[in-house]
Structures are given as structure tokens and as C-alpha cells.
Design a protein around this ligand. Structure first.
Ligand SMILES: Nc1ncnc2c1ncn2[C@@H]1O[C@H](COP(=O)(O)OP(=O)(O)O)[C@@H](O)[C@H]1O
Ligand SMILES: [Mg+2]
Length: 377
């Protein structure tokens, strides 16, 4: 029994309160009187369960969403879009070491240990999964699962999701949610007023990219739907003046060649923002700006830290934190990252969004990160 209930929709019925529709999993049992909680620990007692008639297009009863009505035991509606039976029912899944399947990938050792202090953890082989095969190792898990590891292309995540689902492990973000925040075209429309103006094509083609540059002027950066080559700033990322076709072509072509088969989606061009510079990267020499990484969990700020520097004091004002909180509430996924940067004029912009499962901790301490899953309330 997975007992992970994904909220599809919620709406108010006069006199009856909010009805939540959830995906009807034939394996899950839900009865009047059951207590569920959201990922922030708010509790709900089920006071009504019905098949949801509004969905007349569904023929198969097993596919028809369930409508649930709740007594709000903590006085608030559900945050995020997942309900589980207890906050203890959270598990973590990491990549195994490529050579030693029963060991964690070295890069994630600190996280694995920190997560293991409180939560059941298991491993899987990333290289096998790249070939479509799920090989699990370690504890047998079932129920709500949070992956922490290397990025996956959306197709790989979809296969990963469904193979885990067959074994009763439900990843926190559905494949649609993953793609929406992992790829720039997925989230751009929703947040474009707060981020660098961007255009893209979907082939990874230099010709298409050059076609897009027509009529543009000034500095830009190039990336794909997910990643830049920021550490090759002057060769494969920063375009000094996009109207200089020859130079723009060289940078974009370097980017495409060096990304190779890792290129995700297509080419994205983003107008360069004038960011507050705080120095240069000690290894790559790329300019560093005042930037923050924020993990959002079930609609709330989970943890926030400076992106580049350890023990840097955070200079976000109360109003800025409120603004971030409001953005976090809008996110239609249970676990994402928001990267912010400060412009020279002092305003804050969104640099990019990402799926929380495949975003690095940057300067955040693993112990603090994992502790936060217990004290969401
Ligand atoms: N439009 C932009 N204006 C100014 N700086 C940018 C812009 N886009 C990216 N950068 C700089 O390059 C870095 C990498 O860009 P980002 O979009 O976050 O790609 P990645 O996914 O590789 O981290 C950012 O952290 C920021 O410092
Ligand atoms: Mg980034």
C-alpha cells in the first residue's frame, strides 16, 4: 500500500467546505475517520468520500478520481498537493556508487548519512536507469519517496517514476511536475515578469539559434533548457553583443558541441541582467553575483542560503522574504528550487527554477537540510 494521495483539484462547495479530488489508486484504502496530513504536517480527518461524478469522461471506475471532504484538524487547508498518513512516511532514494552498488555515490555521501539519521534510504544504479533498467539496492522502501541525485532528462525521469511506482515507491514530483520546473520553457511563462527575458528553440540547432538572434542587440547568455556552461563563461556562455553574429555563432556553437548528447531540449538565449558582482570564481574565473538558492517544499520555504559563499550573511529584507514566500505558494509542485540574484539597482530577480530532487545543496549543510523535513510546521 503506497498511501500517497496526490491532490488533483480542490474546490469549494457552499455549506460543505472544500472538496479535494485525488487520484484513485485502487491499492489505497481510504475510509471515513482516517487521518491524513500534508507535507507540512497539517492534519485532516476524512469526513466524506465519494467517486467524483463531475468526471463523466471516465468510464473505468478505478480511474475515476475520489472526492474527499475533511475536517481541518489544524484549521488550515492542505499545503502542496500530496497527502500521506504520517510525516514519518517519507523515504529518500540516492544514486549508488557506479562501481560498488551497495555504496552511495561519493558525491552524495554527506546527504545520505544525514538523511539516514531519520529516514529510511535506498540506492539505485543511475547508469542502469539511463538504459531504462531500475536496479535498487539497500532497504526496501514503499510510499512517498524523495530522490536526491543527478539530473535526469524528462524522459528518463518518466521511466524512473513509473518503474518505482510499480514497486510502490511514489516520487514526490510527478513527471509533469518535474518537467515543468526542471526546464526553462516549463516555468518561464508563469514567472517571466521576474526573470531575464528569454527565447528558445527546441532542436539544439545553431541555425535556429542564429535565426532567433535577428534584431537583437546587447549582451546575452546561452544555455539549454536546463543547464549553462557557466564555468566556460567567456567561451561557451556569455555573448558580449548578440548583434555580432560571428562571435555569437562561435559561442553558441561551442556550447552545442560541448554539451554534446547532454544537451536538454534546445537552445535558450537570455538577455544579460546587470547583477551585483561579488567577485570571481576561484577556478573558472566566471563573475559571481549575489545569488541565493531556496528550496521550496509543499508551498513553503524549506531552506535558503547564499549560492556561492559559505557563511555569507544573507542580505534579504523582510519584504524580499515575503515576496519569496508568495512565489513559493504559487509553485505547482511539491519540491523545487528557486535561484535568485540581485541586480545592481538592488532589486531581486529569479535566475532559474529547478526540481528540488536534482538541485545541489550549494552552501546548505546536509544536516540542516534533512532536519527541516521533520519540522515543517
Ligand atoms: N540573464 C543573465 N544575466 C546575468 N547573469 C546570468 C544570466 N543568466 C545566467 N547568469 C549567470 O550565470 C549563472 C548560470 O546560469 P543559470 O541559468 O543558473 O545556469 P545553470 O543551470 O548552469 O546554473 C547564474 O548563476 C548567473 O550568475
Ligand atoms: Mg544555476
Amino acid at each position: 500500500m503506497a498511501d500517497v494521495f496526490r491532490i488533483l483539484e480542490r474546490f469549494k462547495i457552499t455549506g460543505r467546505g472544500t472538496v479535494y479530488t485525488i487520484k484513485n489508486n485502487r491499492h489505497d484504502n481510504i475510509s471515513i475517520g482516517d487521518i491524513l496530513c500534508d507535507l507540512q504536517g497539517n492534519r485532516f480527518r476524512v469526513k466524506g468520500v465519494e467517486m467524483f461524478r463531475r468526471y463523466m469522461k471516465y468510464v473505468d471506475l478505478d480511474e475515476m478520481p475520489l472526492g474527499l471532504m475533511f475536517e481541518l484538524l489544524d484549521g488550515v487547508e492542505a499545503k502542496g498537493n500530496i497527502l500521506i498518513r504520517s510525516l514519518e512516511d517519507i523515504h529518500f532514494l540516492f544514486c549508488s556508487h557506479p562501481l560498488y552498488p551497495s555504496k552511495v555515490d561519493e558525491e552524495y555521501m554527506g546527504e545520505y548519512q544525514a538523511a539516514g539519521l531519520k529516514y529510511p534510504c535506498a540506492l539505485f544504479n543511475y547508469e542502469d536507469m539511463e538504459r531504462g533498467k531500475l536496479t535498487l539496492n539497500g532497504e526496501e522502501l514503499s510510499g512517498l519517496t524523495i530522490y536526491r541525485g543527478w539530473m535526469m532528462k524528462p524522459d528518463m525521469y518518466r521511466a524512473f517514476y513509473s518503474q518505482l511506482e510499480q514497486r510502490g515507491m511514489i516520487l514526490i514530483n510527478s513527471p509533469e511536475e518535474y518537467e515543468r520546473y526542471h526546464t526553462l520553457p516549463g516555468w518561464y511563462e508563469e514567472f517571466k515578469e521576474y526573470t531575464a527575458e528569454s527565447i528558445w528553440e527546441n532542436q539544439g540547432s545553431l541555425d535556429n539559434a542564429l535565426e532567433m538572434t535577428k534584431g537583437l542587440e546587447g549582451p546575452y547568455i546561452v544555455k539549454d533548457y536546463v543547464k549553462s556552461r557557466k564555468h566556460e563563461w567567456y567561451d561557451a556562455c556569455f555573448i558580449k553583443n548578440i548583434a555580432d553574429r560571428e562571435n555569437a555563432g562561435k559561442i553558441i556553437s561551442n556550447f552545442i558541441q560541448r554539451q554534446g548528447t547532454d544537451l536538454v531540449g534546445g537552445i535558450v538565449l537570455r538577455r544579460l541582467e546587470d547583477l551585483k558582482c561579488i567577485g570571481f570564481h576561484e577556478k573558472s574565473g566566471m563573475p559571481l553575483s549575489e545569488e541565493y538558492r531556496i528550496f521550496v517544499y509543499a508551498g513553503k520555504i524549506h531552506i535558503l542560503d547564499d549560492y556561492w559563499k559559505n557563511n555569507q550573511s544573507i542580505t534579504l529584507s523582510d519584504d524580499e522574504r515575503k515576496w519569496i514566500g508568495a512565489i513559493a505558494e504559487k509553485i505547482k509542485s511539491n519540491f523545487v528550487t528557486i535561484d535568485l540574484a540581485r541586480r545592481t539597482d538592488g532589486t531581486i530577480i529569479i535566475m532559474e527554477l529547478g526540481d528540488g530532487q536534482v538541485s545541489g545543496l550549494q552552501q546548505i549543510k546536509a544536516e540542516n537540510f534533512y532536519k527541516r523535513f521533520e519540522i515543517c510546521k
